[in-house]
Design a protein around this ligand. Sequence first.
Ligand SMILES: *Cc1c(COP(=O)(O)O)cnc(C)c1O
Length: 364
Amino acid sequence: MGGEYIPLSSVNIGAKEIEYVTDAITTGWISSTGRYVAEFEKELAAVTGRSCALAVTNGTVALEVVLRALGICTGDEVIVPALTFVAPAAAVATVGALPVFAEVTADSWTIDVESVANQITSKTKAIIAVDLLGHPCDYDALLAVAGNIPVIEDAAQAHGAAYKGKAVGSFGVASTFSFHANKAIATGEGGAVLTDSEELLEKMWLLANHGMTKERPYFHEVIGHNFRMTNLTAAIGLGQVQRWQELTNARNRIATIYDDCLKGVKGVYRRPVADWAMESCWLYAIGINAGKKNSVLEAFKASGIDSRSIWTALPSLSIYRDGVRGRYALAQKFSEEVIWLPTSAVMSDIQIERVVHVLRGVVG
Ligand SMILES: *Cc1c(COP(=O)(O)O)cnc(C)c1O
């Protein structure tokens, strides 16, 4: 069965985004000064129910600036899930601290609270919880185990999901988002931190703005960085965040169609959804049993369908071996068996059927 190439993900930039970004360009406000940064931050805070937001250059830097603002540095440990995109571990290592891995659960693939409890030591200075593949973590249990240790929510893969009715992006001392082109809300490159703490916001603002306060330019209180989002990027972001529901619904619709098409197909499995969770689809992921993953990926390739294996479990990367504490059987299993199927807000039903047809041809 032929047909045109189906990419893993595609962007959905609408008329609003083009109008705002054109305005930013024609008025000359192309760096980080300009009205769109503040408006984007305001709308992001509103959509997640947080009181403040800070727009930054990407989702990895968003994590880094929170860690720096919390004073995390060499000698400290930060617990991160063993299965995730690498950014949380990389951000921890960037500030000089050690990422220590916790196992993920079988029933949501998010960080296992019991495993977190086992990794906590006197050096543990934060926990980064990733709302993996659009599924929130069990925040009530996690926050209880964390006690006074700050929890940072990495919601980069979960725009629009909710935990017990409360939006992701609202848990822990701070939450982060990425707006990379393949995320559900996309600005190209981009990220943000959300928090309810004015004090934390102020610290992060200082770090992200060369270490100088608004009141005293060219005087530097701390060693600063330039983590600022441009007005151009924020203009796209404002248009995207105003379409939050539309864009996240469109992806969830794709997930529902995949779910229906895959019902009864043997040899594949979906990530379960906990009863307290409302998931949102980022990239639609399935596990493939019985060592057939590579055959599936090859069949997709031959049919012009872009499908990929998810991440290598972080404990198997030698650069992160110092944070390995025992075995991570589930993270390892999902890392070996799970792939993404093409997912985007603009996919047609016919494209989805083609993907499922090729998949059935191998596993069916
Ligand atoms: C995409 C992603 C990030 C941040 O990625 P950037 O490309 O730096 O914006 C962080 N954490 C997770 C879990 C992600 O999926």
